[in-house]
Design a protein around this ligand. Structure first.
Ligand code: ARG
Length: 442
């Protein structure tokens, strides 16, 4: 029979159906948090030793058992399943089973409320670190493509109608800059959530001089989350921030995926996807479908829905409420889906092929009308007059020379002056900041 840490010896029996409802998929989700929970428990144990609640041998024994548990969980010898109410109880039960009374001391001065908060916080930091790095890799791949094909002409569209000549360099550099922003956003959220809620117990602190600062720095946190009640009230809020950071990357990915699915149609035929990113049709032998790109486009919905689900839960009074348990499924699902999708994007971008001839053919003479109007305006003709004249002369515009037009487009950031070095510099600076941040926290 399942045992509960809070159940008194000989107390009233629990109702299995009700317990099942309470726990839900909690214990399975806690597998994601378990290694972080174990780490935080070891830090809590050392903290208890520093204030004299545990003596050295007790502390050593518990830390050693926690290391064993981490290894056993890692190798699959310890399975976190529905024998336990949740991961937190599993840790305490394991320690008590192995070390008796010493194990029974581990929960001194803490509650499952700050225990789940700290485990989730460490998990958030871990996933945000991954988000930062994958955004960096995508930005680097887009930038390399932009540099390599900087001057390759490509039509520029507005309203999906031919507008002005553009280039692969401009198109790809846009995504390099976007994913650099996404990296920066993830890093800023990482910085914000980098605070330890451990040692706040149920949300009101305890009558022990807990070494909260020491425990926080042992766990690699940048600072303390000072107020015990806010440690609980921020649950869900920080999860939404992390999901939103992931969502912005997913929205940029959705736009890129849209472009890819459009530009690889026979009608456009500008791009060729790497073979491993296409699939065949079960009935039509002629097809190579862009299923991967389509699923990358669709994936943003999972992350957006996860953020919305948590938002919907957070209509709560102050303090811990069991409602907060339901922040875990969307958090884990939403971040997991985003990270899985983003991880395959660098290879996709690296392997993109360009059909330069088709892109050049799609740049029609009318697309040079803006150039013509602006050339005249630069010579002193009022722009509105030059615009009207160019419109009349649209039919008679000379045979276009995309390369010359691109070279003349010298407004900073445009095809004639892409400023790729500036985009690269910012990417490098953000990557360095990311490295320092992750160094600090491990
Ligand atoms: N599974 C719970 C959660 O995620 C753990 C904390 C339980 N705390 C409590 N007081 N019942 O919120």
């Amino acid at each position: 029979m399942k045992k509960y840490v809070w159940q008194a010896e000989g107390g009233a029996p629990v109702d299995d159906a009700i317990m099942e409802f309470l726990a839900g998929e909690d214990v399975v989700l806690d597998r994601e948090l378990f290694p972080f929970d174990i780490r935080a428990t070891a830090a809590h144990v050392s903290g208890l030793h520093r204030i004299g609640v545990l003596d050295e041998s007790e502390s050593d024994r518990l830390v050693q058992l926690l290391e064993e548990l981490a290894e056993a969980f890692d190798s699959g010898r310890f399975v976190l399943d529905d024998r336990y109410e949740d991961g937190h109880s599993a840790i305490e039960m394991f320690l008590t089973e192995k070390a008796g009374e010493i194990g029974a001391k581990v929960h001194t001065g803490r509650s499952r409320n700050d225990q789940v908060a700290v485990a989730t916080r460490l998990y958030l930091k871990h996933q945000l670190g991954r988000l930062v790095r994958v955004n960096g890799r995508i930005a680097a791949s887009c930038l390399a493509k932009a540099e390599r094909h900087a001057a390759v002409p490509m039509p520029g569209y507005t309203h999906l109608q031919r507008a002005v000549p553009s280039s692969v360099g401009l198109w790809m550099a846009g995504f390099a800059e976007a994913f650099t922003d996404d990296l920066m956003l993830a890093l800023n959220v990482l910085d914000l959530v980098d605070c330890s809620p451990l040692g706040t117990a149920a949300g009101y602190g305890v009558n022990l001089p807990l070494d909260r600062d020491g425990v926080a720095s042992e766990l690699g946190f940048g600072r303390l989350q000072v107020n015990p009640m806010y440690a609980q009230n921020s649950r869900g809020k920080y999860e939404i921030l992390a999901l939103q950071a992931a969502l912005h990357a997913m929205q940029d990915l959705r736009r890129l995926a849209w472009d890819l699915s459009l530009f690889t149609t026979a009608e456009f035929d500008f791009l060729v996807l790497p073979r491993e990113y296409t699939t065949g049709s079960s009935i039509m032998p002629n097809k190579a479908n862009p299923d991967v790109v389509e699923l990358l486009r669709a994936r943003a919905a999972t992350t957006a829905a996860a953020a919305d689900e948590i938002q919907a839960l957070l209509s709560l009074p102050s303090g811990y409420q069991r409602d907060l348990q339901l922040t875990k499924p969307p958090l884990i699902r939403g971040l997991g889906a985003a990270l899985q999708a983003l991880a395959i994007v660098p290879g996709l971008v690296d392997g993109l092929g360009f059909n330069e001839e088709r892109m050049r053919q799609a740049i029609s003479a009318d697309m040079f009308a803006t150039d013509v109007a602006l050339e005249r305006a630069a010579r002193g003709v009022p722009f509105r007059t030059a615009y009207a004249d160019a419109k009349i002369e649209l039919q008679d515009l000379a045979e276009p020379d995309p390369a010359a037009s691109l070279a003349q487009r010298v407004s900073p950031g445009a095809c004639g002056d892409l400023l790729l070095d500036r985009i690269r510099l910012r990417l490098q600076q953000e990557l360095e900041r990311a490295e320092q941040a992750t160094e600090k926290s491990t």
